[in-house]
Design a protein around this ligand. Structure first.
Ligand code: M6R
Length: 610
């Protein structure tokens, strides 16, 4: 999604802004722009394309060494990708420029009014209305003009404003969309994401919702929506910048796949006592009586986080014996969901900024449900809107295709299910001890799979030109099939469908022929025999089966051409292991096809619009 940077200090602003935008590339974008203040004039450059192709325009040929400016990467929503539609947007006299993330929902009404009043618009965007609206309210006091303009705006925004008559400051504000102000020595930064600035400073203010800041070289003043001054304490960001680099891997996605053993260790870290059979989730925000009271759990999430919730459903139903439903956040929010004070809603999100998930949370809370967030990004919007949290501790995930966050979500769900089961008495301490011990063994088993990825690359070479794939799984590994198919579609642009294996004969079996590769998750489980029947159904129709099987399974080789053997783990934890070869397969296919693995077309890392 779009990225914002603002800089005011002593260094060349265009370089700092370009660097920051580059670090935000992972969010996805189609165009970029920079505006700086130079001797009382605003210089603006913006264009369609990737930053690497815009380097000369923004750096080598930039006609200024100004120390004060703003920049933006745009992911088109209103208006096609173009230089005119790229941000920042100016007013009629180019006296001010605005970069905006979010959507101004009443922009047509505002634009009509401003056009009638003589304002001339250059773009098709909703965002340009902000520049003209601020201009219409400006009479020497920029802070008042911005505040008054924002009072007329409906929708979501994170904005940064620069004005030619205010060489000492930038103004920023947010509603729903995230924004931070970071503090340096004689310089300050504004950014939509902490990754953009953590090479310069770790001292960060997370701007509160509906608040505004005036950012100067030597200080920052915060205000609420009515202009009352606010006291804010910064936090120190502890993410390692090296973690945000590729670390020798050819892509962030591959690096993040290889980080997964450590991610599981980090997610578990300090939260279990194996001897006592205890789990500690200190930010859970739910009391023992709360946990007893719940009659139902509803998962809400999008994409990969939704599939993690589906695995969580199997874990919780098995260990805690509470009914769990999974709902796509975009569906839940509009269907008058039936939830109440006896329902626990669990919102799952890597970014904590997904618009549909946030809206689902608000809907659930308005109906009296308690909401628990399973979240990666600290201080994200979701963390401020829930009753309790389980942080997944995956660290920054840069690849647009989610991998390590998924693994961390499944690990967090294991801990949550064990804790709920312990408290509700469905699990004995001995059972909890056994599962903790199994969970702690997982990272080393994943390391073995990662160390033996060469056969998966060979398979990718064999199938890189296939046009369609089918993924089949059953029980707790049905969501694994869904996630495997999603990974392949997202980064290789090959059509892939996933089905519960038992459902295949009710329709998708018609697709099977000698051209169709079919992944079947056939690891050891209580329903292994059923899966073997499904494998035979595919074989009988000449489909090409690629089976994921457990080491020591001699039977599977009798039926299928391709087998990926995986170490034996408990059935409950098998989704955490089984997804690894599917991630690798998707990665290798996309890489072999020469595609942009980390930033696939049309996708954004964090989907902050509906
Ligand atoms: O940040 P979130 O976990 O809320 O994001 C949800 C989805 O947008 C995300 O998982 C998306 O499906 C990824 N591209 C999957 O790889």
């Amino acid at each position: 999604m779009c990225g914002i940077i603002g800089y005011i200090g002593e260094k060349p602003a265009n370089q700092i802004i370009f660097d920051g935008l580059t670090r935000l590339e992972y969010r996805g974008y189609d165009s970029a722009g920079i505006a700086v203040l130079d001797g009382g004039r605003l210089l603006v450059k913006k264009e369609v394309g990737k930053l690497r192709n815009l380097h000369d325009m923004f750096i080598t040929d930039f006609p200024s060494a100004s120390t004060h400016g703003i920049g933006h990467t745009r992911w088109a929503t209103h208006g096609r990708p173009s230089g005119f539609n790229a941000h920042p947007h100016g007013d009629c006299k180019t006296s001010l420029m605005v970069a905006h993330n979010g959507i101004i929902e009443n922009y047509i009404k505002l634009k009509t009014r401003l056009t009638l009043a003589g304002h001339v618009f250059l773009s098709e965007t909703d965002s340009e209305v902000l520049a003209h609206l601020i201009e219409s309210h400006y009479s020497g006091n920029l802070e008042v003009a911005v505040r008054t303009a924002l009072q007329e705006v409906e929708g979501a925004y994170a904005i940064v404003v620069i004005h030619r008559d205010h060489p000492d400051c930038l103004i920023c504000a947010r509603k729903e969309s995230p924004l931070i102000v970071a503090v340096g020595q004689g310089e300050n930064f504004i950014a939509s994401d902490v990754t953009a600035i953590m090479h310069y400073t770790r001292t960060v203010h997370y701007l509160d919702n509906l608040c505004m800041a005036i950012v100067k070289r030597d200080g920052v003043d915060f205000f609420d929506v009515d202009g009352h001054s606010m006291d804010k304490k910064p936090v120190q960001v502890d993410w390692n910048p090296v973690a945000a680099e590729k670390g020798g891997f050819s892509h962030f996605m591959l690096k993040e796949i290889h980080e997964q053993p450590q991610v599981i260790r980090d997610t578990i870290g300090g939260r279990t006592s194996e001897e006592e059979g205890k789990i500690y989730l200190t930010e859970l925000g739910l009391s023992g009586p709360d946990i007893f009271k719940f009659q139902r759990i509803v998962m809400v999430a999008c994409g990969t986080a939704y599939y993690a919730g589906c695995v969580g459903k199997y874990m919780i139903e098995k260990l805690v014996r509470i009914p769990v439903e999974c709902d796509l956040a975009s569906e839940f929010r509009y269907r008058e969901p039936i939830v109440d004070a006896n329902t626990l809603v669990v919102a799952v999100s890597q970014s904590g900024e997904t618009a549909d998930t946030l809206a689902a949370v608000r809907e659930a809370r308005a109906r009296g449900a308690k909401v628990l967030g399973i979240v990666n990004a600290k201080e994200s919007s979701l963390t401020r809107e829930v009753d309790g949290l389980v942080y997944i501790h995956a660290g920054p995930e840069i690849g647009v295709a989610s991998t390590k966050a998924y693994i961390a979500m499944l690990t967090a769900f294991t801990l949550l299910a064990l804790l709920l089961g312990k408290i509700r008495g469905t699990l004995t301490p001995a059972a909890v001890r056994r599962e903790i011990s199994e969970l702690k063994r997982l990272p080393q088993e994943i390391e073995k799979v990662l160390a033996n990825s060469a056969p998966i690359r060979v398979l990718a070479e064999r199938f890189e030109n296939a046009h369609n794939f089918l993924y089949l799984g059953r029980g707790i590994n049905f969501p694994t099939a869904l996630e495997g198919a999603l990974k392949l579609k997202e980064i290789s642009y090959i059509h892939a469908e996933a089905y519960a294996a038992g459902e295949m004969k009710h329709g998708p079996i018609a697709l099977i022929d000698k051209e169709l590769p079919v992944f079947v998750i056939a690891t050891a489980s209580a329903i292994y025999d059923k899966i073997i029947s499904n494998v035979k159904e595919v074989q009988a129709r000449s489909g090409i089966v690629i089976a994921l099987a457990t080491e020591g399974d001699e039977e599977i080789g009798k039926y299928v051409e391709h087998v990926i053997y995986l170490p034996r783990v408990s059935e409950l934890l098998s989704p955490i292991l089984n997804v690894i070869p599917l991630q690798l397969f998707a990665y290798f296919v996309a890489d072999l096809r020469g595609l942009d693995v980390d930033q696939p077309r049309n996708l954004a890392k964090s989907v902050t619009v509906e």
